[in-house]
Design a binder for this molecule. Structure first.
Ligand SMILES: Cc1cc2nc3c(=O)[nH]c(=O)nc-3n(C[C@H](O)[C@H](O)[C@H](O)COP(=O)(O)OP(=O)(O)OC[C@H]3O[C@@H](n4cnc5c(N)ncnc54)[C@H](O)[C@@H]3O)c2cc1C
Ligand SMILES: NC(=O)c1ccc[n+]([C@@H]2O[C@H](COP(=O)([O-])OP(=O)(O)OC[C@H]3O[C@@H](n4cnc5c(N)ncnc54)[C@H](OP(=O)(O)O)[C@@H]3O)[C@@H](O)[C@H]2O)c1
Length: 483
C-alpha cells in the first residue's frame, strides 16, 4: 500500500508534463516564503502566486513604515523567488471575484491561502462610525499609497489632538508618522499626498492609550526607543501608572521584552520635563483606560470630539494572563481624530471554512479543516493556509518564514503519504487553465515583468524628488504603466 502511494507521489516528479501544480494566494511574506519552500522541497512543483493588487509583497509594501527602508530589503529575496523558472506571479487577480476558491482547487493540485488580514477588529462601542474615527490599517494604507487607501483623506487640520487606541507596534508606527518632523519623511517612499497632508497637519498631541499597564504594552523595545527618540518631542507618562504589582514583577522576570519596554518607559517618565516647551510636539502614554464610547462634537455634527474611557484594573490569570476590567470610573479625552490600532482581522471567501471568533481559517499545521471543531481527520484535501490568515494578525515578517516551513512540511507529508496524489495525481490545468479562465472573464493579470515596469516608473518618479520611489497609488495608474 505504502509503495503504491510513494509511487503516486513520485509520479509528479517523473513526468515533467505532469508537474505538481501549486497556487499560492497572496504575495506577502507568507506567500513568498511558501513559494520559496515549495520550490525547494519539490523539484516537480510549478508555483503560481496570485494577488489582488497589481503589485506584489503585501504588507512589506503597504504596511511597513516608510521610514523603515531597511525592513523592505527582503523584497530583493522575494523577487529572486519569483524569477525562478518554475515560479510565476499574477497580480490583479482576486480570489473571490476574478476566480473562486472551488475553481482554483479544480485547476491546481495544491492551493495555499496566504491572503493576510485586510479588515479590522471592531470595538463595538457607540460612536465607532463617527467621522474622524479610523482604523490604523486604513491610515497605514493611506500613507503607504495602497490603492484602496488613497480616498481616506484623514482630516489632520481641524484638530491638534489625536488618540490612538492600542499600544502595539502598529500604534507606534502611526504615532511616529504623525509626530516625526516631516522633513525626515520627505526622502522616504511615503505617498506624496500623505506627506503634503502631514506637512500641513495641525496635530501636535498624540495620546497612545492602552487598556492594560506599561508592563503589558504590546510594542517592542526597538520601536519604542525609536519613537521616544523623535527630535524635539515632549513625552509624558504618569508616575502612578508605573507602579508594578507583584504579578507584574513576575511577568517581567519571565519576559525580556516586557522588561526592556518597562525600563524604557520608566526612563522616559523620569527624564521628562514637567511641561512641554513652546512648539514641542507631545506624546502621552496613557495606561489602564478602555474605550467606552466615542463622543460626538456639538459644533460639527457627525464628527468625533473625544473618547469616553473607563478606568481599568488588572485582574486574574497570573503572570502573562492579566486582563483589564472596568472600575466604574470614567474620564473623557478630547480629540479630533482617533486611530483604532487594536489589531487586524482576516476575512473569509466563499466556500472557505472560517473561525469568525478567532478571525482565522481553522487548520492544523497549515492543513485547512472542514470546520472549527478541531477534528484533524476532517481536512480539506489539497487546501492549506499560511501567515496571518493561519495564525491571526501577529508576528513580524520572519515569523511567516517558520509558518511557511510548517505549512510546506504538511504538504510534503501529504504528498508522501499519497493523500494528495491519490485524489489528484492526474494532470491539472494549473497556470494555463487559470490564464484561460481569466481571459474568458476579461481579467488582465499583471505578470512580474509588468510589476518591474511599475517598479522602474516608481523609481524614476522618486528620483525626481530625492525619494527611493514615488508610489503609483491608483489602480488606473498602476495598470496603465503595467501594460
Ligand atoms: C502596519 C504594519 C507594519 C509592519 N511593520 C513590520 C516591520 O517593520 N517589520 C516586520 O518584521 N514586520 C512588520 N509587520 C508585520 C508583517 O508585515 C506581517 O507579519 C506580514 O506581512 C504578514 O504576512 P502575510 O503574507 O500573512 O500577509 P500580507 O503581508 O498582508 O499579504 C497578504 C497579501 O494577500 C493579498 N490579498 C488579500 N486578499 C486577497 C484576495 N482575495 N485575493 C488575492 N490576494 C489577496 C494582499 O494584497 C497581500 O498582498 C507590520 C505589520 C503591519 C500591519
Ligand atoms: N517594526 C515592527 O517590527 C513592526 C511594526 C508594526 C507591526 N509589527 C507586528 O505586527 C503585528 C501586529 O501589530 P498590532 O500592533 O496590530 O497588534 P498587537 O501587537 O497585537 O497590538 C494590539 C494592541 O491592541 C490592544 N487591543 C486589542 N483589543 C483591544 C480592545 N478591545 N480594546 C482596547 N485595546 C485593545 C492590545 O491590548 P492588549 O495587549 O491588552 O490586548 C494591544 O495593545 C505584531 O506582531 C507587531 O509586532 C511589527
Amino acid at each position: 500500500m505504502y509503495k503504491a502511494r510513494a509511487w503516486l507521489s513520485r509520479s509528479f516528479t517523473a513526468l515533467s508534463s505532469n508537474p505538481l501544480r501549486v497556487c499560492v494566494v497572496g504575495s506577502g511574506p507568507a506567500g513568498f516564503y511558501t513559494a520559496e519552500k515549495t520550490l525547494k522541497a519539490h523539484q516537480e512543483a510549478q508555483v503560481d502566486i496570485i494577488d489582488r493588487l497589481p503589485t506584489p509583497f503585501g504588507l512589506v509594501r503597504s504596511g511597513v513604515a516608510p521610514d523603515h527602508p531597511e525592513t523592505k530589503i527582503v523584497i530583493n529575496q522575494f523577487s529572486r523567488v519569483v524569477q525562478h523558472e518554475r515560479c510565476s506571479f499574477f497580480g490583479n487577480v482576486t480570489l473571490g471575484s476574478s476566480v473562486s476558491l472551488s475553481e482554483l482547487r479544480q485547476l491546481y493540485h495544491v492551493v495555499v491561502l496566504a491572503y493576510g488580514a485586510e479588515s479590522d477588529r471592531a470595538l463595538g462601542i457607540p460612536g465607532e462610525d463617527l467621522i474622524g474615527v479610523h482604523s490604523a490599517r486604513e491610515f497605514v494604507w493611506w500613507y503607504n499609497g495602497h490603492p484602496d487607501g488613497k480616498n481616506l483623506s484623514p482630516d489632520l487640520k481641524s484638530t491638534d489632538t489625536a488618540v490612538i487606541l492600542g499600544q502595539g507596534n502598529v500604534a507606534l508606527d502611526v504615532a511616529r508618522i504623525l509626530l516625526r518632523p516631516t522633513e525626515e519623511l520627505a526622502t522616504t517612499d511615503i505617498a506624496s499626498y500623505a506627506w503634503t497632508a502631514l506637512e500641513g497637519s495641525s496635530i501636535r498631541k498624540v495620546y497612545l492609550v492602552g487598556r492594560r499597564g506599561p508592563v503589558q504594552a504590546a510594542c517592542t523595545a526597538k520601536e519604542l526607543r525609536e519613537i521616544l527618540g523623535i527630535k524635539n518631542l515632549y513625552v509624558h507618562i504618569r508616575e502612578d501608572d508605573l507602579i508594578k504589582s507583584p504579578t507584574d514583577e513576575e511577568e517581567m522576570k519571565n519576559s525580556r521584552i516586557q522588561r526592556r519596554v518597562y525600563e524604557l518607559l520608566s526612563k522616559a517618565a523620569a527624564s521628562a520635563s514637567s511641561q512641554p516647551m513652546l512648539g514641542q510636539r507631545e506624546l502621552h502614554f496613557v495606561f489602564f483606560r478602555k474605550p467606552d464610547s466615542f463622543l460626538e462634537s456639538n459644533e460639527r455634527s457627525g464628527h468625533v470630539s473625544g473618547v469616553h474611557f473607563e478606568k481599568t484594573a488588572l485582574k486574574g490569570g497570573g503572570p502573562g494572563k492579566q486582563y483589564a476590567v472596568g472600575t466604574g470610573e470614567f474620564e473623557d479625552l478630547d480629540c479630533g481624530m482617533v486611530l483604532k490600532s487594536i489589531g487586524y482581522k482576516s476575512v473569509p471567501v466563499n466556500g472557505l471554512p472560517f473561525d469568525n471568533h478567532k478571525g482565522i481559517v481553522p487548520n492544523i499545521r497549515g492543513r485547512v479543516l472542514k470546520n472549527i471543531s478541531g477534528d484533524s481527520s476532517q481536512v480539506e484535501n489539497g487546501l492549506y493556509v499560511c501567515g496571518w490568515l493561519k495564525r491571526g494578525p501577529t508576528g513580524i515578517i520572519a515569523t511567516n518564514l517558520y509558518c511557511a516551513e510548517e505549512t510546506v512540511a504538511s504538504i510534503s507529508e501529504d504528498l508522501e503519504q499519497g493523500v494528495l496524489a491519490s485524489s489528484s495525481g492526474l494532470p491539472k490545468p494549473g497556470r494555463e487553465g487559470l490564464l484561460q479562465l481569466l481571459d474568458n472573464r476579461n481579467v488582465r493579470p499583471v505578470p512580474f515583468s509588468a510589476w518591474e515596469k511599475i517598479d522602474s516608473e516608481e523609481k524614476r518618479l522618486g528620483s525626481l524628488r530625492n525619494k527611493p520611489k514615488e508610489k503609483l497609488t491608483t489602480y488606473e495608474d498602476l495598470l496603465k504603466v503595467a501594460t
